[in-house]
Design a protein around this ligand. Structure first.
Ligand code: AHR
Length: 643
């Protein structure tokens, strides 16, 4: 029996909701099963030097002054000799392994003594583990008459050898040599040394070292621990390869997917818009494969025929358009991408996918066209060409248009108007805002028109890593669930950041060569993904005094039959919520509860990686109950139902 003092005047927690939202049925309203995904961009050395498991920096001698005034083809390499060896080295371009990969080094050995050649310390040191296998490869072209013995050494900080293999040049043509090195000692700061051990002349290129233990043991694969951290987010989809990286810093810097497939020595390398070097080793095949490996739907983004708004450091005025005379070819490239992903193995581009080891299609459903592009006539004309061509040839593919990079203003308004005119299925919104913005804009999507284009919230973040920031994101994600009929997909940005090589400070996953820590924001994203649903229910959760610091949602998941309650309390005091499950049949008396809570200002870091982590335990469920939610917390109650 309830005592009088327990009687609250509860009101629905769906703060500020309008009729469209509250009208959802007793049985709930269908919401997107793909609501929580991820966005991967090679920013902060997320790809090269990060997720892409290559251990050698500048493996193809393609770094150049044009990408960084301090760079040259020898960046990351040192001339190295043992004993009294004497020789010279220079960079050549006259007879490359492949025209896409023009630079290589030529080493002349006058006195071999104990060997002469080069040393590479990878991306801030190479991390190796004793007893594990590392795949080494190199392209060599013997220029002098006699074969040249070459020693490949893994060395520690003091240049002591911790692993070695030897080979001998076999031909005066370029040839790829491979070997496996097993270090006898672990090191976080090893280097790779290549030493010619006889008088003569030899050309070298594409010097590569990979751990055999990549994610799912893929060749040219991904760093296992980082890939696992991404996989553990259980994303419904993955948007890639960017962001600004896609449309590029001017037309010459656009990301063209065809440059990133095939043997690595034939891929086109280029400056990344984030001012470092992209080998294209992490290319479209690897992206599709990774999506498949982690069960995420691929969502590639192609440029909309225009470059970044800020190209050439012309802030907001730098957009360049592919000349109309080249647009037909460009549109064909986009269609070819869809064939590469989904076409039969006998089709022109499907055959290239099959040749890379994947005859079955990758089941592409989504494609993004454009990124935060200004809504200029040049953009509109090109977007329409691409969109019309995709629609005509691949009507089942869902195209995501772009509406600029801000939550309000001219581009988003014009973008929505244009998207509605063309009836583009999804439009991609981006905003990075203070945490308080997310609290006070909780109702943003409640009033969005339910007809016409749906929303993909492709990039968002509170630009901070404390529990407070993460909870403000959680509060907003509750609103995304409530609006999961119109907001069909969402992804936090950015995803990964390498220590000391970061251009964008607030990210989900931070790493060094050896370690990884997960931000509090990561856990919020993960908890929403692991506890997503496909029906949303109004009126299940209520709170005595609705305000912007508390939020809640209730969804059910048709795959498991589970009912999932999310309670967010951004305030510094506990809050009591009432939960009424009486509309659900077959509610089990036991469930589990996961709580993410702690000091509002706490954050995870390399020094304290576990400061804030979720905790799950069993929880007793009744049809209707009160729950006192801790201060500064996200609480998820998962209830089983008997089917
Ligand atoms: O996520 C970082 C960048 O922010 C993306 O590349 C771009 O789309 C946005 O401006």
């Amino acid at each position: 029996m309830k005592s009088k003092c327990l009687i609250f005047v509860f009101s629905l927690i769906t703060i500020g909701t309008n009729a469209q939202v509250t009208a959802s049925l007793k049985n709930g309203k269908p919401i997107s099963p793909d609501l929580f995904g991820i966005f991967f961009e090679d920013l902060n050395y997320a790809g090269d030097g990060g997720l892409y498991a290559e251990l050698i920096e500048n493996r193809s001698f393609e770094y150049s002054l044009h990408e960084n005034e301090n760079w040259s083809p020898f960046t990351a390499w040192k001339y190295f000799r043992r004993g009294f060896a004497i020789g010279t080295a220079y960079v050549e371009t006259s007879l490359p392994v492949h025209p896409n990969n023009p630079h290589y080094v030529v080493l002349t050995v006058d006195v071999a003594d104990n060997g002469i050649g080069f040393k590479n310390s990878g991306f801030d040191g190479i991390a190796v583990k004793a007893g594990e296998k590392y795949d080494f490869s190199i392209f060599l072209r013997q220029i002098s008459e006699q074969p040249i013995p070459i020693a490949i050494q893994l060395v520690d900080k003091k240049d002591a050898v911790v692993g070695q293999v030897d080979l001998v040049t076999q031909t005066k043509e370029w040839k790829k040599y491979t070997a496996t090195i097993i270090p006898t000692q672990s090191s976080d700061s090893a280097s790779l040394v290549i030493l010619a051990k006889a008088k003569g002349k030899v050309a070298m290129d594409v010097i590569s070292l990979f751990p055999q233990k990549t994610f799912r043991k893929r060749t040219n694969g991904l760093r296992a621990d980082l890939a696992q951290a991404v996989a553990d987010l259980k994303p419904a989809f993955m948007r890639f390869p960017g962001g600004c990286l896609v449309h590029g810093d001017g037309l010459g810097n656009m990301f063209h997917w065809k440059n990133t497939i095939g043997p690595i020595e034939e891929r086109v390398e280029q400056r990344n818009i984030w001012n470092y070097h992209q080998t294209s080793g992490l290319g479209y095949f690897e992206y599709f494969q990774f999506c498949e490996d982690i069960g995420a739907k691929p969502l590639p983004v192609v440029p909309a025929g225009v470059s970044c708004n800020n190209s050439g450091q012309n802030w907001n005025e730098g957009q360049q358009c592919i000349p109309m005379s080249e647009m037909n070819d460009y549109v064909q490239d986009v269609l070819d991408l869809i064939e590469y992903a989904n076409g039969p193995a006998a089709s022109v581009w499907g055959a290239k996918r099959a040749a890379a080891g994947h005859p079955a299609p990758f089941n592409l459903q989504y494609i993004g066209v454009g990124n935060e592009d200004r809504q200029t006539p040049g953009f509109r004309e090109r977007f329409k060409m691409i969109y019309d061509a995709i629609k005509a040839k691949y009507p089942a593919i869902i195209v995501m248009g772009t509406v600029g990079g801000l939550s309000e203003g001219e581009d988003i308004e014009l973008g929505w108007k244009f998207g509605r005119e063309l009836n583009v299925p999804f439009l991609d919104e981006h905003y990075y805002k203070k945490p308080e913005w997310f609290l006070s804009n909780h109702t943003r999507y409640d009033s969005y028109n339910r007809t016409g284009p749906k929303v993909y919230l492709g990039e968002y973040s509170t630009i901070g890593s404390t529990l407070y920031h993460a909870l403000c994101e959680a509060s907003y994600m509750v609103a995304l669930e409530r609006n999961g009929d119109v907001v069909r997909l969402s992804s936090y940005a950015p995803l990964l950041a390498k220590e000391k090589r970061t251009q964008w400070a607030t990210d989900l996953i931070y790493f060094t060569n050896r370690s990884v820590f997960l931000s509090v924001n990561y856990y919020v994203q993960q908890l929403f993904s692991l506890n997503d649903g496909d029906r949303y229910f109004d009126g299940v959760v209520s709170y005595a005094k609705p305000d912007s610091l508390r939020a809640a949602s209730c969804v059910s998941d048709s795959k498991t039959g589970d009912v999932i309650i999310k309670l967010v309390n951004v305030a510094a005091q506990p809050a009591q919520f009432a939960i009424d499950l009486s509309r659900f049949k077959g509610i089990s008396s036991s469930g589990d509860i996961t709580i993410l809570s702690g000091d509002m200002n706490a954050k995870n870091s390399f020094a304290n990686p576990h400061a804030i982590e979720p905790d799950t335990k069993a929880f007793k469920i009744s049809k209707s109950f009160q729950y006192n939610v801790p201060a500064s917390s996200l609480t998820i109650i998962r209830v089983k139902t008997k089917k």
